[in-house]
Design a protein around this ligand. Sequence first.
Ligand SMILES: C[S@@+](CC[C@H](N)C(=O)[O-])C[C@H]1O[C@@H](n2cnc3c(N)ncnc32)[C@H](O)[C@@H]1O
Length: 285
Amino acid sequence: MSSPADPGESTPAVADRPGGVPLADQVAAISWYHTLELPGGVVTPGFFDHRSILPRVPLPADLQGRRCLDVGTFNGFWAFELERRGAAEVVAVDVLDPRRWDWPVGAEAATRAAVGERHAGGDGFRIAAQTLGSTVTREDVSVYDLDPARVGRFDLIFLGSLLVHLREPVRALEAVASVLHPGGTLVLVDGIDLPLTLSHPRTPVARLDGRGRPWWWTANAAGLARMLEVAGFTVERGPERLFVPPGAGWRLNRWDWRLARSREGRYHLIVAWRGDPHAAIVARR
Ligand SMILES: C[S@@+](CC[C@H](N)C(=O)[O-])C[C@H]1O[C@@H](n2cnc3c(N)ncnc32)[C@H](O)[C@@H]1O
């Protein structure tokens, strides 16, 4: 088990050191996935900015007394939100070494490039947790390896923007189910294929990527719900469509219509224009 201050995972945050670097400089030194409001008015320039969609994400307003898990936490936005809502305990899991992500064949160069980037991502959680005074416990555990003997069981689990990156999303959901108390709640907010959602509103379908990057099955909204069902969940609410807005760190900083020629380029344009298409679902075990 590793806490935010555990020195074992990567370079300790500079805040640990007496006379350390100002928070704003620490923040500027690494890349951020999440937009986080830190003390002193420091806001991290995340690729995404989830703040405006919080009211639309079906998380209980009050989590007092509940043991919660955030799967694939990255910089910890959702884990800190669970904590802010009063959870008795929050555990966050992530795979800190990108070499252990689900890469397709032929992605060696991309994997190497991600190693440096992701290292900084691990530090982002640490910096945020320390400065927020968070008690969230982060563990370096793959979703596939979630096991009640290792992490216990939870009352509520949040899983966001992860299934699209997994070779075996249903196996991952089965592992998630194994650490959820019977009757416990899963809040899933994951990427969906927008054209497939519009063209197939009821039929579960998915598009397979797997070309050079850890993107696998992007389902339509109905497909996301069906994945939950086949993994043993009962869908209680949703799918509800929402768009995750780009943050100040989003890489597309100027319009270029040539992007429309490739699928990845079109995705970037949609995110810049509207946000990353997602669906939110509440399910029970
Ligand atoms: C796109 S980010 C999503 C961050 C956050 N969950 C959210 O919804 O904003 C994907 C995260 O999943 C993590 N990840 C990748 N493979 C994983 C695995 N097998 N088990 C757990 N986390 C994984 C990555 O390290 C990264 O932190």
